[in-house]
Design a protein around this ligand. Structure first.
Ligand code: FO1
Length: 318
């Protein structure tokens, strides 16, 4: 009988972006969903056409619901684009793609927030409606918009990432409002849960997707104080970002795109860093290094990486 793949007890994972959503789905399929809590980045959130857009929350929710657009990684599959066609015809802003059914998610979230619900509540309602069986939640219900300081000036996150296709050179990042943000009750409870057996940091861009979460007062401290081991999966393979601007951004921030700089970005928080087999001989000081195949193309890849992360956490607990 093979050893169970998850530590008995609860698992809390931090994720954001498209790479993060891949491992989130792997975890969701590798363990009992009711034992999994996904804390998702909201630094990418913004208002567009007056709608409350929470891109990373929707990317993760759609991935777990089996409703994601597998080509782009964001938005819904089986999508139609009549709204965007009409926006273009009217001369409206068409740089951010809102599919017709994805638009419904943004619209109902906007209405529920306007009726006084917290982002956590709206997120849980959408996840439940789409049949997601695990907790999906922001770290805070307060806005923590990421500002990207570039050689073209300060840009709101989506203007940098989508409108300018992450071409401006990054000079710095600010997690605006994070210092005044309060942990959501749901996330505070999940972090304090004595049943917490593993904390997983998904292979997201640390600066864009994980550090905004860690900037919420009390979150980093709770992870450091938790008896549960902290296991991160590297977002770089062989010093190249698998998707998105990570390697480019690291160079612009004056860093070599190395696993050491990824480990250092987490500033002593990691017990284990899982790196790809290709990087098995990479010298990284700080966290314990575990090598495993971490590139995720198929669902089986996602589940295998999740199992590697959970097995690493289980081994660390002994
Ligand atoms: N990313 C893009 O590159 N282009 C888009 O038009 C786009 C639209 C979009 C709509 C809804 C949504 O939930 C996400 C969307 N994203 C789009 C992805 C999103 O901007 C990024 O994935 C995250 O903010 C960063 O990981």
């Amino acid at each position: 009988m093979p050893e169970p793949h998850f530590p008995s007890g609860r698992v809390l994972a931090l994720c954001g972006g498209i790479g993060g959503a891949k491992l989130a789905l792997g975890l969701y399929r590798a363990m009992p969903p009711e034992a999994l809590t996904l804390v998702v980045n909201t630094g990418d959130d913004f208002r567009h056409f007056g709608l409350a857009v929470s891109p990373d929350i929707d990317t993760v929710t759609y991935a777990l619901a089996g409703r994601a657009n597998t080509q782009t990684g964001w938005g819904r599959g089986e999508e139609s684009w009549r709204f965007m066609d009409a926006v273009r015809e009217l001369g409206g802003e068409d740089w951010f793609g809102l599919g017709d059914t994805d638009l419904a998610t943004k619209a109902v979230r906007t209405q529920w927030l306007a009726q006084g619900r917290r982002l956590s509540e709206a997120t849980a309602m959408i996840a439940r409606a789409l049949g997601v069986g695990c907790a999906v939640q922001p770290a805070t219900d307060d806005p923590i918009p990421t500002i990207v300081e570039t050689d073209e000036g300060d840009l709101a996150f989506q203007h940098y990432f989508v409108r300018r296709r992450w071409q401006p050179a990054v000079r710095g990042l600010r997690y605006q409002g994070a210092a005044d943000a309060a942990l959501s009750p749901e996330t505070a409870r999940a972090l304090a849960d004595p049943e917490l057996a593993a904390i997983v940091i998904c292979p997201s861009n640390p600066w864009l997707s994980i550090l905004p979460i860690l900037a919420v007062p009390g979150l980093r401290e709770a992870l450091a104080a938790s008896p549960a081991p902290v296991v991160a999966v590297a977002p770089l393979v062989g010093a190249q970002a698998i998707k998105g601007p990570l390697a480019k951004m690291m160079v612009e921030l004056g860093m070599e795109p190395s696993l050491q700089n990824i480990a250092d970005a987490y500033d002593g928080l990691l017990d284990v860093l899982i790196v790809d087999e290709a990087d098995r001989h990479e010298a990284v000081s700080g966290p314990k290094i575990v090598a495993a195949p971490i590139v995720m193309h198929s669902l089986d890849d996602r589940i295998a990486v999740a199992r590697a992360a959970l097995a690493a956490a289980r081994a660390e607990r002994r």
